[in-house]
Ligand binder design. Structure first.
Ligand code: PEP
Ligand code: MG
Length: 757
């Protein structure tokens, strides 16, 4: 059964549009459970009607025509109850609704199961039989399993269908395309041209791309095919002594397949039709894979893997000389399955206005980088058909997380208004640049920036920040082929310290692991966020830690504006060890005759154990800095990068708020200042609460700074404290956010938390 299910899902995932996907489902399910009818009904969101979208067994002409409003018919009852309904004789059921156009008079047995995704009923999968009979438990569990697995595939196909598929064509009533929902990643609205970037040799991630130089593209493809043929022949030669002749025959099959009309020939045809070689190749490989997957014989079915392998090999050769040749248009919106920091860096910064990633969420490092670069970002856009959007006009609304593909003129005009309003708001906010972040009742709070790239130093300086509250040193480590030398590091840190002098700069020691990998220091773990990360790595490798701390302290000679911050401390022993190493470096530098000054040392509070030991930690150091990104992740047990659980991730959760209050209280006992450097600090509504909690400084992405300053300057601490006391009565993050957003709207500050005035 598992095998059948796996094949079915693979096939559905390969479908080109919703219509094809649904037809595969009904055909296969009908065949597998040997029923007389299988149909899919989907809810039409506009009219809340269940529409027959595909059937094998009922009158095919009824597709798109049979519609049931909520409360009518058995299908809608399945949807309403969100559970399976299994009835021996549906016709006798009082809820039964007769539709003359479907000719279903002779079907009695009825089993309907809901298709649900993210708690929302999308539709109903139905099987029917001529016989008066209840379906077996096995049939029921199979159908439930199919429906659960297919929901995501249907949403995906529907999203592509939204652009070119059935639902769009059948429901011409409204030709406005629905937005695709992702997660807010970085504020702002980006309207521009989609440029899809894909990881090397990932066939499914390749987009279609229109080309005009056909001959050149065919030549490029032929060269890649020749190169693969050469690789295969060499591989076969190399294995001569280890593999018997008959096993090496596989390579001959590969060569035959490679040069066949079915693979090379058809791909060439597709290039002639104007698709670029990688896109044409993807279509061919997927088509073949589908044919093999449909075969009953398991040996032949496995040949699908060979086809894919061949495709991957050709693609690798094509990519060797193509990926870096993307011609980035003005207003590029970068799109990909999993956009990485290095992909972002490949786009010239004057062309890049936004990013959309299928994976990740607000606290993924790409989103953090996007905020540092002041471009908008939508993360976790799981339903975006990445392969089909390259070159299209696209809107990424980084406030709400919505994406519009090929928007209508009306939508474009609406968003252009929002973009204009936003630009005007930014101009107003920039006027605050040189004014202090002081409340109306005279309380001042330091606003600092988070940084990690040399390129964001200039905007940070221009933003009017009072210093750098968090410099993520891992970014310069990520851009290299090996660990940077002490001198390389010193020179980078020196530039940062110098540009901000005399303002303070907090350099954090290396925080890799989790979702931040170094290409030259791979870490393979099942549970990376609970594994070897941050200070745990650097204490295990004191040679890396000592060099980094030496570089930091030497970089600050004669400037003396350095603070050092230690990430991921979860235990007092770790802090003691790290302090020991820092003092060792300091002593050695003094011995060497360097004019060094001992910097202030701080600890990041980002795991629950550190919250409960904040007092013990504060006693040993000069300051605490709360990393709310990780603190939220670890307190709520919600992966900060996983879009599936992103709705559970909110730094405004009562548990996070109470943890911060506890840290502040513990630090006060030892008279130590507390800052917040997670993304929460840059969220205008959260900043108001942090002000009320007596946090000393807030460190945030440069793009968030003007908004937060505006909030601080337009409130009093008294007012903020009243709001905090209301918030402390609320029990859920969603009600806290709703309450704060409403408070902002009532105060005429809604423009700070959403697009438009
Ligand atoms: C945090 O965890 O809040 C933080 C600031 O560190 P990072 O986002 O780099 O993990
Ligand atoms: Mg962190």
């Amino acid at each position: 059964m598992l095998d059948i299910l796996r094949r079915l899902i693979q096939e559905v995932n390969l479908a080109n549009n919703l219509e094809q996907a649904l037809n595969i489902i009904v055909k296969r399910v009908k065949h597998v459970i040997k029923v007389d009818v299988c149909s899919v009904f989907l809810i039409n969101d506009d009219d809340k009607e269940y529409v027959l979208m595909a059937t094998d067994g009922l009158n095919p002409n009824a597709v798109g025509k049979v519609r049931m409003s909520e409360g009518v018919g058995l299908v809608s009852l399945v949807g309403k109850r969100a559970e399976a309904i299994n009835i021996a004789d549906a016709i006798k059921n009082p809820r039964y609704q007769h539709f003359p156009e479907v000719s279903e008079e002779s079907f009695h047995g009825f089993l309907g199961v809901p298709i649900i995704q993210h708690r929302k009923v999308l539709g109903v999968l139905v099987v029917q039989s001529r016989a008066i009979q209840k379906f077996s438990e096995d049939d029921e569990t199979f159908l439930i399993t199919v429906a659960a697995q297919l929901a995501a595939a249907i949403v995906h196909a529907e999203a592509s269908g939204g652009i070119s598929g059935l639902k769009q064509r059948k429901e011409k009533k409204k030709n406005e395309i629905k937005p695709i929902n992702g997660l807010p990643g970085a504020p702002g609205v980006a309207m521009g041209t989609a440029v899809v970037m894909y990881p090397p040799a990932d066939i499914d991630a390749i987009p279609d791309r229109h080309i005009t130089k056909i001959k050149k593209e065919i030549k490029r493809f032929d060269l890649a095919v020749d190169a693969v043929a050469k690789d295969i022949t060499e591989l076969s030669e190399r294995l001569k002594d280890v593999l018997p002749e008959e096993d090496r025959a596989l390579f001959d099959v590969y060569l035959l397949m490679l040069n066949s009309q079915a693979i090379s020939g058809i791909t060439r045809e597709r290039i002639k039709e104007g698709n670029w070689a990688p896109g044409a190749l993807r279509q061919t490989i997927q088509e073949h894979e589908k044919v093999f997957l449909e075969m009953e014989d398991s040996y032949l079915r496995e040949r699908a893997d060979d086809v894919r392998d061949l495709g991957r090999r050709i693609l690798m050769h094509l990519q060797n000389e193509s990926q870096d040749k993307i011609n980035f248009p003005e207003n590029t919106v970068l799109i990909g399955e999993d956009i990485s920091a290095s992909m972002l860096a490949e786009v010239p910064s004057d062309k890049l206005i936004g990013v959309i990633s299928v994976r990740g969420s607000r606290t993924s490092h790409v989103a953090i980088l996007a905020r540092a670069m002041s471009i908008s970002a939508v993360m976790g856009a799981t339903d975006l058909p990445v392969g089909r959007v390259d070159g299209l006009t696209i809107i990424a609304d980084g406030y709400s997380g919505r994406v519009f593909v090929s928007p209508s003129k009306k939508i474009i005009a609406e968003f252009q208004n929002l973009i204009d309003e936003e630009a005007a708001l930014s101009d107003d906010l920039m006027e605050l640049r040189d004014l202090p972040a002081k409340t109306e009742d005279g309380i001042e709070i330091s606003l600092l920036v988070n940084s990690g790239l040399l390129s964001d130093i200039t905007p940070s300086l221009q933003s009017g920040a009072e210093g750098i509250g968090l410099y993520r040193t891992e970014f310069p480590f990520m851009e290299r082929q090996t660990f940077p030398s002490e001198e390389e590091q010193r020179s980078i840190y020196r530039q940062v310290l110098e540009s901000f002098h005399p303002r303070p700069v907090t350099l954090r020691t290396l925080d890799v692991g989790g979702d931040k990998a170094l290409p030259y220091f791979p870490i393979e773990e099942d549970n990376p966020f609970l594994g070897w990360r941050g200070i745990r790595i650097t204490l295990d490798h004191p040679e890396i830690f000592l060099v980094q701390v030496r570089a930091m302290i030497r970089a600050s000679i004669d400037l003396d504006n350095l603070k050092i911050l230690l990430p991921m401390i979860s235990d007092i022993g770790e802090l003691n060890e790290a302090l020991g190493l820092i003092h060792q470096v300091y002593g050695e530098l003094l011995e060497e005759g360097e004019k060094v000054v001992m910097p202030e040392i701080g600890v990041m509070i980002e795991v629950p154990s550190a919250v409960y030991q904040a007092g013990n930690l504060a006693r040993r150091v000069d300051f605490l800095s709360i990393g709310t990104n990780d603190l939220t992740q670890y307190l709520l047990a919600v992966d900060r990068n996983n879009p599936r659980v992103a709705s559970l991730y909110d730094a405004l959760h009562p548990a996070v708020i109470r943890a911060i209050l506890q840290v502040v209280e513990s630090a006060r006992v030892h008279n130590k200042p507390v800052s917040v450097c997670g993304e929460m600090a840059g969220d205008p509504v959260a900043a108001l609460l942090l002000l009320a909690m007596d946090i000393d400084s807030l460190s945030m992405s440069v793009s968030s700074l003007p908004r937060v300053k505006w909030v601080i300057r337009n409130t009093t601490r008294e007012r903020a404290r009243q709001i905090l006391s209301e918030v402390l009565l609320l029990e859920e993050a969603s009600s806290i956010r709703k309450y704060l957003n409403q408070t902002f709207e009532d105060a005429g500050m809604g423009g700070l938390v959403r697009a438009g005035n």
